[in-house]
Ligand binder design. Structure first.
Ligand SMILES: Nc1ncnc2c1ncn2[C@@H]1O[C@H](COP(=O)(O)OP(=O)(O)OP(=O)(O)O)[C@@H](O)[C@H]1O
Ligand SMILES: [Mg+2]
Length: 200
């Protein structure tokens, strides 16, 4: 297990990038974390590390984005998937056993499909102090998702641009915890400890 402290989106991206450099076809990285935690930011780093060019945004509505690179990156947002048949028809299994590496946001939605060997990443946000600053947007996610999902959820893609991004900044600090499942990912996390630099 590796606990990494990211003080800014840049730190989160940098850890993702270090990871992306180590990924091979068939590798599966699952990124958990509440709305706006920074899952997509992390995947943007992974993509950069894999040599992907071009914009990486949450595949909220399309479920899967395939990015060409040295090897393809399959970026999956499983939030909207309802059960295994739904995931199958979206093409998730082809990605899991395809020619590229896979990064999955909201992997808990498709738990049954995940391979045993994988890297689980959890992005934790600081505990809400419970003080509502009166800012707008509470409970009005632009995605219309996560209703009642989380009590301290005051983030949302409330910017109205519908790009699947949560543009609001809660706080810069995140705790990113890596749980390797299987030897391959244990070795990878050991390597990351050396590569990721200061921050943990
Ligand atoms: N340390 C940090 N790491 C990552 N993002 C951060 C950090 N601090 C602030 N942020 C901000 O938090 C937001 C994270 O958005 P992002 O779209 O990556 O979240 P997400 O977890 O993918 O959300 P969703 O569940 O909607 O897909 C961005 O606006 C980013 O600038
Ligand atoms: Mg996202």
């Amino acid at each position: 297990m590796l606990v990494y402290r990211a003080f800014s989106p840049r730190d989160t991206r940098r850890l993702g990038e270090a990871l992306g450099k180590l990924l091979d076809p068939g590798d599966v990285v699952c990124i958990e974390g509440q709305l706006g935690a920074g899952k997509t930011v992390f995947v943007q780093g992974v993509a950069a590390g894999m040599g992907v060019r071009g914009r990486v945004v949450s595949p909220t509505f399309t479920i899967i984005h395939e990015h060409p690179g040295k090897i393809p990156l399959y970026h999956i947002d499983a939030y909207r998937l309802e059960g295994v048949p739904d995931a199958e028809s979206a093409g998730v299994e082809e990605c899991l056993y395809g020619a590229g590496a896979v990064a999955i946001e909201w992997p808990e939605r498709i738990r049954e499909l995940l391979p045993e060997e994988r890297l689980d990443v959890e992005i934790r946000m600081p505990i809400d102090d419970g003080i509502d600053d009166g800012g707008g947007g509470r409970g009005t996610s632009g995605k219309g998702k996560r209703d009642g999902e989380s009590l301290d959820d005051d983030e949302g893609d409330g910017d109205g641009d519908g790009d699947g991004h949560s543009d609001g900044d809660v706080s810069g600090a995140r705790e990113i915890v890596l749980f390797p499942r299987g030897d391959r990912f244990r070795r990878m996390v050991e390597e990351l400890k050396a590569l990721a630099g200061p921050g943990y």
